[in-house]
Design a protein around this ligand. Structure first.
Ligand code: PEP
Ligand code: MN
Length: 266
């Protein structure tokens, strides 16, 4: 169902007025984790000032260690909902288990399925049975074929609004947190009719690489870029090494806008 052979036109998904996959790149910014209303609102303010329409933030955090911050759960979803109403932003947030899906649906606009759950088939099927768009991340060590099959699980349950998100894969390379597989973008665009995003934060794990990798993503034809922003990354409860502070975010965004204009990408 996700194959380009089944449907030749690009799938376009309308999220809060943002048309994803219609040609111009979309942007998803926001903190790694929801920590407080004030923290999310500070980022929302900056997103809104740029005229962007989407915000991300994790309420259920899949952490490597059980002793690390696990997210605020339902309280985090409530914060996201409040911010989304106050700032007019669509909310993208990760759901980690089918058990959380139903209660979450009232609070969110897009269900994110994270890298660690790309082959959680029960979660894929449950998300496929909802009417919310799904942002599906590539698994930590998933082949492109496995990634496409994961999307097929979602669509097989009737949900056609799926965004694929390349977020880097595990390789032997240690210079970056993961290895951004930039060629996955045109391959996924050729093989499927779905919009394809690149998460520059989790792929690189390095603030100094966010901008060049975002440019590469846009240049190679990605439908969107995701990056993490926190009002004070040094005190962030997760991913403090790789989130942008607001002035860095402003410069990142401005440079990308100029880049797109110079290359007539708008
Ligand atoms: C995230 O986007 O918050 C996240 C945990 O990313 P990933 O699933 O790609 O590691
Ligand atoms: Mn993160």
């Amino acid at each position: 169902l996700v194959s380009r052979k089944k449907k030749s036109e690009d799938t376009v998904i309308n999220i809060n007025g943002e048309l994803i996959g219609q040609g111009k790149p979309s942007f998803v910014f926001g903190p790694c984790a929801v920590e407080s209303y004030e923290q999310v609102a500070a980022v929302a303010e900056s997103i809104k000032a740029k005229g962007e329409k989407l915000i991300r933030g994790g309420a259920y955090k899949p952490r490597t260690s059980p002793y690390d911050f696990q997210g605020l759960g339902l309280e985090g979803l409530k914060i996201l909902k409040r911010v989304s109403e106050e700032y007019g932003l669509g909310v993208i947030t990760e759901i980690v288990t089918p058990g959380h899906l139903e209660e979450a649906l009232d609070y969110i606009d897009v269900i994110q399925i994270g890298a660690r759950n790309m082959q959680n088939f029960e979660l894929l099927k449950a998300a496929g049975a909802t009417n919310k768009p799904v942002l599906l991340k590539r698994g930590l060590a998933a082949t492109i074929d496995e990634f496409i099959h994961a999307a097929e699980y979602i669509m097989s349950k009737g949900n056609e609004n799926i965004i694929l998100c390349e977020r880097g894969i595990r390789t032997y390379e240690k210079a970056t947190r993961n290895t951004l597989d930039i060629s996955a973008v045109p391959i996924l665009k050729q093989e499927t009719h779905l919009p394809v995003f690149v998460d520059v934060t989790h792929s690189t794990g390095r603030r100094d690489l966010l901008l060049p990798c975002a440019k590469a993503a846009i240049a190679i034809g990605a439908d969107g870029v995701m990056a993490e922003v926190h009002p004070d990354p040094s005190v962030a409860l997760s991913d403090s090494q790789q989130q942008m502070d607001i002035p860095t975010f402003d410069a990142f965004y401005q440079t990308l806008q100029t880049f797109m204009k110079n290359h007539e990408i708008n």
